[in-house]
Design a protein around this ligand. Structure first.
Ligand code: UDP
Ligand code: MG
Length: 305
């Protein structure tokens, strides 16, 4: 039996050697291991380091992307190329402790299809990041993603059949942790403390975070659109009432008051329309993305694969 460990890497030259050392050291409970590094278009020496690590080691594999496609595409590519009986996804920066993989494998052997890391604490991350992550998972649950385990990332072990399920998907804007939960595989969480980054800076810019957050919402909930509809309906009713009121006021001789009411109602409606056109736009741009049917990522080179 074989375990595949998928590691997405974007400009991780400062951490890779240490990461590799620790990944080779973990106890795989008697399973063979392969490590699949995905170089997500790094501009530093990440690829050179990976080539060095793979040299003379058939079980160290490298996928090089043609450019930076992002974390979720990198993870997807790694899962697609890995052929172990179980696949583990772990960040390159050692924020997720590699030693936990042994526990994951143990749970998998007990019969779970997905064993995910549940972050009980996040060290060395800004209050902003911790708060937005906390709030995001609660919001996601509220609007309909309640099946997605809170405070988890992509650090997890998935069984071969879950990997095959992910590989069979054609959708592009992926929120992997949501998709695996959505499919309803037998899963369990393992608590852990998320460490500080071993070295280097975060590669998840605010823009990339927002993009991921949006994928999570738009691919698992149409509540924002429903909300738009209900809100619009209430506003319309309200403005009708106000219209009647202002007509009565105007009839009573108070012409100016009526004008003011009308003015504010118009503004309110305009604002609401703009907000909801925006929400519609979010979904439409997703549809457009899917319809274009472009590849999710482009692989430039493979080593040992
Ligand atoms: N990553 C990637 N492509 C990107 C951004 C990040 O492959 O465009 C990788 C990165 O190398 C790391 C993992 O995704 O292994 C998580 O990124 P990071 O640690 O920077 O995010 P954070 O932990 O700060 O959320
Ligand atoms: Mg990190």
């Amino acid at each position: 039996m074989k375990i595949s460990i998928v590691v997405p890497c974007y400009n991780e030259e400062d951490v890779l050697k240490e990461t590799h050392r620790r990944l080779m050291e973990i106890d795989c409970l008697g399973m063979d291991r392969e490590i699949v590094y995905v170089d997500d278009g790094s501009t530093d020496s990440t690829y050179e380091i990976l080539t060095g690590l793979a040299e003379g080691h058939d079980n160290v594999k490298v996928i090089k992307f043609q450019r930076n496609f992002g974390h979720q595409p990198a993870v997807s590519a790694g899962i697609a190329e890995a052929d172990g009986d179980a696949v583990v996804v772990i960040d390159a920066d050692l924020q997720d402790p590699p030693e936990l993989i042994s526990t994951f494998i143990g749970k998998w052997k007990e019969g779970y299809d997905i064993v995910y890391g549940h972050r009980v604490k996040r060290k060395g991350e800004s209050i902003f990041k911790r708060f937005t992550a906390w709030a995001y998972y609660r919001m996601l649950s509220f609007i309909g993603g309640s099946f997605i385990p809170k405070d988890t990332g992509d650090f997890r072990l998935i069984d071969r059949k879950v990997a095959d399920f992910l590989n069979s998907l054609t959708e592009r804007n992926r929120f992997l942790r949501g998709l695996t939960a959505w499919a309803g595989f037998r899963s369990i969480g393992v608590d852990y403390v998320r460490d500080e980054r071993f070295a280097g800076e975060t590669k998840y810019t605010l823009r990339k975070m927002l993009r991921l957050a949006e994928d999570g919402v738009t691919s698992f909930s149409d509540k924002p659109m429903m909300l738009a509809f209900s809100f619009g309906a209430v506003l319309t009713l309200l403005s009708l009432v106000m219209l009647v009121l202002s007509i009565i006021m105007a009839a009573g001789g108070n012409g100016l008051g009526g004008v003011y009411i009308m003015g504010s109602v118009m503004l309110l409606i305009l604002g609401a329309i703009l907000i909801f056109v925006g929400i519609l736009g979010l979904y439409i741009s997703r549809i457009y993305d899917e319809v274009k049917n472009r590849p999710y990522y482009i692989i430039e080179k493979r080593i040992n694969l």
